[in-house]
Design a protein around this ligand. Structure first.
Ligand code: ANZ
Length: 947
């Protein structure tokens, strides 16, 4: 390419480090590492134990990358930024003496392969495995020091067997809120049976029917079937998790409308862990913005549940402002609230305002019409601030428990079914949305917090003394209390009078765990004739994904919400219908035909890395304790360094923490958290080019002419953005390896910034890294003869001091993942060496060792040429001699009128002015206060004062 083109072939010295030579060296060392198993990390026990390994008894370090989805496009140069960073760090730490676990797996279930299968009929396994092969080859070519035995893919049956096993553990447990942890469901049943735990309605366990018992137990499980409202996307033929729905209520993939519908789905009770997921963030070494993201997502709100009696059952509301209850002038139920049907009758009560009826003859008709309309909009739309408030009266009243006032009950879509209790007490005086609604429906507004004097707004949500908030006959008087005290007093009163209690609610919803797809883990669940679920015994795992002819979920008119999903697995009747003996004789069952979401496999992969070949357990406890166990009391344990992109701030990290905590509670792991330290790498950005219609054109085909950019003969506009297929500005690592070699590519990527900073990609700048490695090569090898240029003679003092200063700096930089400044220091040292006639071995060797995390192939090659056998991967990283780190000094004799009268020691690089004043101070008594007539500084030699 460009670099070589400038020089004609004849000019190139025969032993120069070129892309061709780099390629040869790199392939050779990659083969050797693989043959020798260089990066295999020994386990304490089991198939991967290796007591003879040099690091078998060493301190451990577990470095983890967020594993990729193996897409068909392969890696572009943006992807390996984090992988190269962790590889440098892992290599460095290994040289510090640690037993380092670093490997790479594949998050291999997922939509793209399935969509491709739908279009072409190619089995997703075939495409996915081919893509994995391609990724592996690309990573190998980059010289990654991965333990090849530990690489797992979530689609391996031996892997998803354990994903299913974990599902069964979750299914077979419940959250004991008193103990603050999950426990096996058998212990719950034992407590009910023994009578030590009361049943929900207080009847004895023995008095309950089999079905009643099953309902109670199933209601406790951490994995359960629910018919709750879900995001149904007819255009994709599947339901989606909240996280997969965009802010404007469409599917993230495909951009189809998403509707709320009640469908039977598997759910995971992640909300049981809401408190711990928030609190334990404090134990983690994670970037603050990610922690904040998680806290917001979990969205813990404290307040109260308050029961408002009605003619039918009481309406329970959740409020964060129980102090404002005297200002509750109406209630609002979500359209989906179960009491709506009961409360809405056949006649409008006396005095119903026409505006409240929605123009319908009866409350029931009004509510039905309203519900239909509300079903068509998304949660986001329903909650939009500037949206005009709509609603209808249900034709019934509730009584405000603190005042006894009769207040009307409405349904309105600004109240969501999936949050709190799906019902609110509306307090227009303090809540803006309630105020707007009250204005539209002419409902009373009563302030219960005194706004400041200059307040000219409508609802006042702020701090102030309570007003209009006393019911002396009921023993409650809040007037004058500030918000916190008024809240506490109200909760006390509610609890004493049986109208409610303090409560905590989470924005976090239970995790919808079913997908109506093919390419995912089947559930280890069958249903009996009553439709009740049964777990399959562990002995039949894995439940393998059956072959099908048609991979497509059935899709429907994207705008028709009234359809039911039909899954690909449900069409294989011979697979779905099974006869099994689950302990009470052979019976007919039907299998669950949904599959798990892609998140499942990535919830626990780091654990399988620890013990990938263990046939009997997910991970042997001794191996888990060694690699991930807590190091001290209060330490949550977990992976020592987890590197990945910010886009996983919420979902993956939250789900993985949840599963890990369940496994921890049940005693399967000793670490309370999966990822002790998290680090977000930056992204790679690059120029992209748009034509006059705004479409992106292939960036590599654009040429520059006099500051303008052309695609063919068409002028295009240059923009800048994240490298990727959509901007058509992809550069692949393969091209870079071809043109310069993997070592150059690695050094270039690492030199452009600290690991957590996003940076521009500039192909033209890669040559800088290439030239640097050529200089390193030249310090060791004579380009013309191929002979070594290294001498055993000691280095001069200056070079030696430079070396030690650089060793010290590079260590600090690598420890803090500042790869760029480490490389800058290595360049400085190399440049100093190129000025010498021969390179002292005492400098060349540490230079290669320090370079090896970044340019491992070149370093290995030169290390071998210096006469070492074996790999330098286990050599000790250079250590700086502290005595050589103190700045060098020079001692100046100071003459006064020709006689030496004193001596001063000053830093070698001291400026003349500093030497002069130090010298004058040293001979002050010989000058006896006289101003010297002349001071001559002879640099490095002497100072002469003429008095
Ligand atoms: C009365 C009140 C008075 C409220 C007041 C707020 C201010 P966060 O903080 O987000 O948890 N709410 C409760 N459930 C709701 C639902 N399903 N859909 C829509 N809104 C709901 O918000 C909790 C507050 O949001 C609750 O406190 C309730 O309004 C409303 F001056 O109750 B509040």
């Amino acid at each position: 390419m460009t670099t070589e083109a400038a020089e004609s072939a004849a000019d190139i010295p025969p032993f120069r480090y070129t892309a061709g030579l780099a390629g040869e060296i790199e392939a050779r060392w990659q083969d050797r590492w693989a043959e020798r198993g260089t990066f295999r990390a020994p386990n304490p026990v089991g198939p991967l134990a290796d007591p003879g390994h040099p690091r078998a008894d060493a301190e451990k370090l577990f470095v983890l990358d967020m594993f990729p989805y193996p897409s068909g496009a392969g890696l572009h140069v943006g992807h390996p930024l984090g992988y190269i960073g962790t590889d440098c760090y892992a290599r460095y730490q290994r040289m510090l003496g640690r037993n380092v676990l670093h490997t790479m797996g594949f998050d291999a279930f997922g939509l793209p392969a399935e969509q491709y299968a739908v279009q072409t009929g190619t089995h997703p396994r075939a495409t996915t495995e081919a893509n994995i092969g391609y990724f592996r080859a690309q990573l190998r070519r980059l010289g990654m020091g991965h333990d090849d035995r530990r690489s797992v893919a979530t689609i391996d049956t031996d892997y998803y067997r354990w994903t299913q096993w974990i599902f069964l553990r979750i299914y077979n447990s419940w959250y004991d809120t008193a103990a603050g942890r999950a426990r096996p469901i058998a212990e719950l049943v034992a407590e009910f049976t023994a009578g030590t735990r009361a049943t929900p309605d207080g009847r004895g366990w023995a008095e309950l029917s089999g079905t009643e018992r099953r309902r109670i137990v199933d209601d406790h499980r951490l994995a359960y079937v629910s018919a709750a409202p879900v995001n149904w996307c007819p255009g994709l033929g599947t339901v989606l998790a909240n996280e997969e729905v965009t802010a404007d209520g469409r599917s993230e993939r495909g951009n189809f409308p998403v509707f709320k519908r009640n469908l039977k789905q598997w759910m995971m009770r992640i909300t049981a862990y809401g408190d711990r997921l928030v609190e334990d963030l404090d134990t983690l070494d994670w970037p603050e913005p990610i922690k904040l993201n998680q806290r917001n997502w979990i969205g813990r709100s404290t307040g109260a549940h308050i029961d408002f009696p009605t003619a039918a059952a009481p309406v329970r509301v959740f409020t964060t402002r129980p102090d404002t209850v005297f200002g509750a002038t109406y209630l609002v139920l979500a359209p989906e609230h179960p009491l709506v049907g009961t409360l809405a009758g056949d006649t409008w009560p006396e005095g119903t305002r026409p505006a409240w009826t929605g123009g319908q003859p009866t409350p029931r008709a009004a509510v039905d019409a309203y519900r239909k309309a509300a079903g068509a909009s998304t949660d986001i739309e329903r909650q939009a601030e500037n949206r005009e408030k709509t609603g209808v009266f249900v034709g019934a009243y509730a009584s405000n428990p603190v005042s006894g006032a009769q207040i009307p009950i409405f349904v309105a879509d600004y109240v969501l079914a999936g949050y709190g209790t799906g019902a609110i007490m509306a307090v227009p005086g303090q809540d803006e949305r309630d105020w707007e609604f009250a204005e539209v429906f002419e409902l009373p507004i009563v302030r219960t917090v005194q706004p400041p004097e200059n307040f000219d707004g409508r609802a006042y949500p702020g701090e102030g003394p309570a007003v209009n908030s006393a019911a002396p006959d009921r023993g409650l008087d809040l007037n004058g209390l500030f918000v916190a005290d008024a809240k506490a007093r109200t909760i006390e009163w509610l609890e004493a009078n049986g109208y409610g209690s303090g409560a905590v609610t989470y924005r976090l919803r239970d995790w919808l765990f079913s997908r109506q797809r093919y390419w995912g883990e089947p559930f280890p669940i069958v249903y009996d004739e009553q439709g009740d679920p049964h777990p399959l015994p562990e002995s039949v795992l894995p439940v393998e994904l059956p072959e099908v002819d048609d991979f497509a979920p059935r899709t429907f008119d994207p705008d028709d919400a009234d359809t039911d999903p039909e899954t690909p697995l449900s069409r294989r009747r011979d697979w779905v219908e099974v006869e099994l003996d689950l302990g009470d004789g052979p019976k007919r069952y039907t299998r669950e035909t949904n599959v798990m979401p892609q998140w499942a496999g990535s919830c626990w992969y780091e654990l399988r890395y620890l013990d990938p070949a263990n046939p009997d357990r997910l991970v042997d406890p001794a191996n888990e304790r060694y690699w991930m166990g807590p190091r001290s009391p209060g330490d949550p344990g977990g992976v020592d360094l987890y590197v990945g992109g910010q886009e996983h701030a919420v979902l993956h990290l939250l789900y993985a923490r949840f599963w890990h905590k369940v496994l921890y509670d049940l005693g399967h792991v000793s670490s309370a958290e999966p990822y002790r330290r998290l680090y977000n790498q930056g992204i790679i950005q690059a120029y992209a080019f748009q034509d006059d219609r705004g479409s992106y054109v292939e960036a590599s085909e654009v040429h520059e002419d006099d500051g303008r950019y052309y695609f063919g003969d068409q002028q295009v506009t240059r923009v800048y953005g994240k490298m990727g297929k959509s901007l058509r500005n992809v550069v692949t690592p393969d091209e870079m390896c071809e043109a310069y070699g993997a070592d150059t590519f690695r050094v270039y990527e690492m030199s452009t910034g600290p690991l957590d900073v996003s940076r521009p990609w500039e192909t033209r700048a890669v040559v800088g890294a290439y030239r640097f490695l050529q200089r390193v090569w030249r310090t060791v090898v004579d380009e013309r003869t191929g002979e070594l240029r290294v001498t055993d003679a000691p280095a001069d003092e200056q070079t030696r001091r430079l070396l030690h200063r650089i060793v010290d700096g590079v260590r600090g930089d690598l420890t803090d993942l500042r790869m760029n400044t480490a490389i800058a220091k290595l360049i400085e040292l190399t440049n100093a060496l190129t000025r010498l006639d021969a390179t002292p071995r005492e400098v060349a060797e540490p230079l290669l060792l320090m370079l090896s995390p970044f340019a491992p192939h070149l370093a290995e090659e030169l290390w071998e040429r210096l006469g070492h056998s074996g790999s330098l991967a286990y050599e000790a990283f250079p250590v700086a001699d502290p005595s050589l780190l103190v700045a060098e000094t020079v001692t100046y004799p100071v003459q006064v009128n020709g006689k030496v009268r004193g001596r001063v020691e000053v830093p070698a690089e001291a400026a003349e002015e500093a030497i002069r004043s130090a010298a004058l101070a040293a001979v002050a008594e010989h000058l006896a206060g006289r101003e010297p007539r002349k001071v001559i500084v002879v640099p490095g030699r002497m100072v002469s004062v003429v008095g």
